[in-house]
Design a protein around this ligand. Sequence first.
Ligand SMILES: [Zn+2]
Length: 255
Amino acid sequence: MKIIETHAHIYSSKFKEDRGETIERAKENGVAKIIMPNIDLPSIEQMMAVEEEYPDYCIATMGIHPCYVEKDFNKQLYEVEDWLNKRKFCAVGEIGIDLYWDKTLQAEQEEAFKIQVEFAKKHKIPFIIHGREATDEILKVLKSLQDDDLKGVFHCFGGTVEEAEQIIDLGLHIGIGGVSTFKKAGMDKVLPSIDLNKIVLETDCPYLAPVPYRGKRNEPSYLPIIAHQIAKHKEVDVELVAQQTTQNAESLFQL
Ligand SMILES: [Zn+2]
């Protein structure tokens, strides 16, 4: 099986002790590449160091996560833009709106999201969206910016069939991860109606480990669990899920 991990914070300090072994386990489990979404300005250095240590395997993206957007976010975005102009990134991310933890900076989050989607369009690369309790707000921003250059992933999808349809109508892909293994999430009802050529695989490690590792540290080597889960709910062969999602990720991120 060859699969692509489209969302792993493998540069996180949670992997400080055993990053090399974790990456070996990923390779043994068929993970061909790992895309690393950035979080904030301080995380850039560590992400770049991991990319340098595992060239052409761990691949950096550039952006500010909504939970880390500051009141004066322009300074953060100047730096993001500077990086995007300086070298090639496979995506802008992770970006979005998160109203679960804190709504005080909602206006700033929305504005920073919009500007970063425009960065992605300008550089003709996709974006990686983090949305929590903010799907309507995110769709509103995306609809206002929709054109042929709009491409990206709605990461960690756990919504309804209607939401999935709206995301796909905008030309985006859907990132499926550990949430698909949580019974309460109801993804067994949603997955059958999402077209396989719109799905990419992800773990979001170190967070959101799939069952049976739920609550523990997540890692890219668990990605086959997600592929099997999708195969089960879509009633197709897991090899088909691996092939199609790999092709989707390679073409979306120009790997
Ligand atoms: Zn993430």
